[in-house]
Design a protein around this ligand. Structure first.
Ligand SMILES: Cc1cc2nc3c(=O)[nH]c(=O)nc-3n(C[C@H](O)[C@H](O)[C@H](O)COP(=O)(O)OP(=O)(O)OC[C@H]3O[C@@H](n4cnc5c(N)ncnc54)[C@H](O)[C@@H]3O)c2cc1C
Length: 293
């Protein structure tokens, strides 16, 4: 609220008003004083309004105005819907939940997801949430190899050097993340079939026929994302120029010779038209450790 109006004419404080105008002029224009926006055709006097702060509005004190145009500040943390409950959707859900958001994950698969492929390299970013927030140790979710090895076409060693790589399996990462999310926030068998945005609110339509309102929809629906096709129709998948075949075999089934070549190493064999690599998946994804080729 305005506490006082002080004119430049004020015998006691007028000079303070003029000095303040000069300071503003210097600060915002970088020019020398005096204040340069006076109308020379007038004998102009300016007024300084002294204000008193009555209250400070924080997000908790602000409310959404019913029917107001555009998005308004809200009195609560955002409601977030996430389409897709794989590793991307789960990680997003955990981070936003920790930030205080009201999160719901909708996964179209009716059962918990299963690994389809082989091991994955466990980079720092892969493990970041599990280690820093989830209370996991590296050894809970990873196995590792101590060497990197390159083979000639005939299988002889061309080069090898100590280099520690960590590996995990998709299942281990997925199930570890899932164990950290409250069950009520993860809905299996729930496909997102549509969404529409109006006045800062997203209405998500589910395969069940239910409609859910939220402040943010995260589309973590995978490489073939229908949501991306709708939101960014110009973005199309492009063939990268190579195909990978992946498979796993229990380590105990390897011959001693193969085990010696592949053991404790990320092993790569260079052929004329192909590169084959092998790694090691953590033992707890299967009854015995697996070599990934
Ligand atoms: C089940 C599964 C197993 C995999 N196993 C391996 C593995 O073992 N090794 C490896 O290297 N890579 C694996 N991958 C490859 C995978 O692409 C990546 O490793 C990683 O999972 C990518 O994560 P993402 O969350 O971005 O997308 P994705 O993993 O592709 O997940 C997208 C999710 O969105 C769901 N979904 C899609 N549309 C909708 C919708 N409209 N409504 C609700 N849900 C929707 C899908 O069911 C899926 O669960 C696997 C992927 C999946 C889905």
């Amino acid at each position: 609220m305005v506490k006082r109006e002080i004119s430049e004419d004020d015998p006691a404080e007028g000079q303070r008003v003029t000095d303040q105008l000069d300071r503003i002029w210097v600060k915002y224009t970088g020019n020398e004083p005096p204040y340069g926006l006076r109308d020379p055709s007038l004998d102009e006097r300016r007024v300084l309004f002294e204000m008193q702060v009555v209250s400070v509005a924080t997000s908790a004190a602000l409310t959404r105005r019913p029917g107001a145009e555009g998005s308004q500040p809200v009195s609560r943390m955002p409601r977030v819907s996430i389409a897709g409950g794989s590793v991307g959707g789960l990680t997003t859900a955990l981070v936003l939940r920790d930030a205080g958001c009201d999160v719901q994950v909708f996964e179209r698969s009716s059962t918990a997801l299963q690994a389809r492929g082989a091991g994955i390299a466990a980079l720092d970013t892969t493990l970041d949430y599990l280690l820093k927030r989830g209370g996991f140790q590296v050894t809970d979710v990873c196995s590792s190899t101590g060497w990197i090895r390159f083979l000639n076409r005939d299988g002889s060693v061309q080069h090898e050097q100590p280099h520690r790589y960590r590996f995990s399996s998709w299942n281990t990462i997925y199930r570890s993340l899932l164990s950290l999310l409250d069950a009520g926030r993860y809905q299996l068998g729930t496909e997102v079939t549509g969404f529409a945005e109006q006045r800062g609110t997203v209405t998500v339509t589910l395969g069940t026929g239910q409609r859910v309102e939220c402040d943010l929809l995260v589309c973590a629906d995978g490489v073939g994302s229908p949501a991306r096709a709708r939101l960014l129709p110009a973005v199309r998948p492009a063939y990268s120029g190579y195909v990978a075949w992946r498979g796993t075999v229990p380590e105990q089934d390897l011959s001693p010779g193969t085990r010696k070549v592949l053991g404790d190493a990320l092993t790569t064999r260079c052929c004329r038209t192909a590169i084959s690599s092998s790694t090691r998946s953590p033992p707890w994804t299967a009854r015995s450790p697996r070599a990934t080729a």
